[in-house]
Design a protein around this ligand. Structure first.
Ligand SMILES: NC(=O)c1ccc[n+]([C@@H]2O[C@H](COP(=O)([O-])OP(=O)(O)OC[C@H]3O[C@@H](n4cnc5c(N)ncnc54)[C@H](OP(=O)(O)O)[C@@H]3O)[C@@H](O)[C@H]2O)c1
Length: 282
């Protein structure tokens, strides 16, 4: 039996947030959204919306009174506001905090608070968003039938769809004890670029894929060098992302051990993956 009944979501208007919101409502949690500014008609009628000042512990503490758990899906660039939210969560008596934490920086702050017995945390590792991989050219350029293969094209990458990430979050809160103060992992499918090319060729033998090769470590080195020189532009960020995401298992981009069963996440079958590739090919 879950100890969690009421959940506050921060960052609910973004790319991931609406899916988390839906999964929490589907799992019958009472949901409150904390936002910088209300967007009329943007949320389900069952959701309570509170406008907060994310720089004020007082504003956040008042909003979090009576809340059992906080799920944060804030934008990566706003990640640091989470320390203020965590302080407020502790003041309000929140039991569990699930951060937006791609770099595992907030986890350290949460661990200190957990060590002091002030609240518990869970970090969800979910791999790359499946929708981003199939909606953009990182793995394959499905529109122009081109692929830039990283190394030999066999580097593995774990991936989960946005609805299943939402489901995994609800699964964490339904399994309060089993997910306490630890990293949990979900992954719907492990992809490689070559695997996708093979599937695409099987579906559409008429399409000839134009492939080139790059060394993942060289792309990463170049991106990191540009960042050190002060260039934080999107193409540079993408080089670092691609160099690590497609850099092989050494960067933790792919993992075989998951908590899918505990969290209630179903893996994608080969057939379902083929359908997804076919739909993307159009
Ligand atoms: N694994 C992957 O492939 C992948 C891909 C993309 C993102 N991510 C990660 O997933 C998480 C969520 O990403 P996302 O793309 O859904 O985020 P997003 O759409 O960019 O932003 C989410 C929400 O954050 C809130 N926000 C933005 N700036 C804020 C600020 N200064 N203070 C407080 N709140 C602020 C906004 O909500 P309000 O306007 O309602 O306040 C916004 O709708 C991030 O950790 C990101 O790094 C992972």
């Amino acid at each position: 039996m879950s100890e969690i009944k009421s959940v506050a979501v921060v960052g609910a208007s973004g790319a991931l947030g609406p899916h988390v919101l839906k999964a929490l409502l589907d799992a019958n949690f009472q949901v409150t959204v904390l936002t910088r500014s209300k967007k009329e008609g943007a949320y389900d009628a069952n959701v309570k919306i509170i406008e907060v000042d994310f720089t004020s512990v007082e504003s956040l503490t008042a909003a979090l009174k009576g809340i059992d758990a906080v799920v944060s899906t804030v934008a990566a660039q706003a990640s640091q506001v989470q320390t203020v939210i965590i302080d407020a969560a502790i003041a309000a008596g929140v039991k569990r905090f699930i951060p937006s934490d791609p770099m595992f920086k907030i986890k350290q702050y949460l661990q200190e608070k957990a060590d002091a017995g002030q609240l518990t945390w869970t970090v969800l590792v979910c791999g790359a968003f499946l929708e981003f991989l199939f909606g953009g050219p990182l793995l394959l350029d499905f529109v122009n039938h081109k692929a830039t293969l990283y190394d030999e094209g066999d580097n593995r990458l774990s991936s989960t769809s946005l609805p299943n990430i939402g489901k995994a979050i609800a699964g964490i809160l339904k399994n309060f004890e089993d997910t306490k103060n630890r990293i949990v992992r979900t992954s719907e499918v492990i992809l490689t670029q070559n695997k996708l090319v093979r599937i695409a060729e099987g579906i559409r033998p008429d399409i000839k894929w134009e492939t080139t090769k790059v060394q993942a470590s060289a792309v990463l080195k170049e991106g990191l060098g540009e960042i050190s020189a002060g260039d934080f532009s999107m193409p540079v960020i993408l080089k670092v992302l691609a160099g690590t995401a497609l850099g092989g298992d050494s960067y933790g981009s792919a993992y075989d051990e998951t908590d899918n069963e505990l969290l209630g996440v179903k893996e994608l079958s080969e057939e379902e993956l083929k359908i997804l590739v076919a739909q993307t090919l159009g």
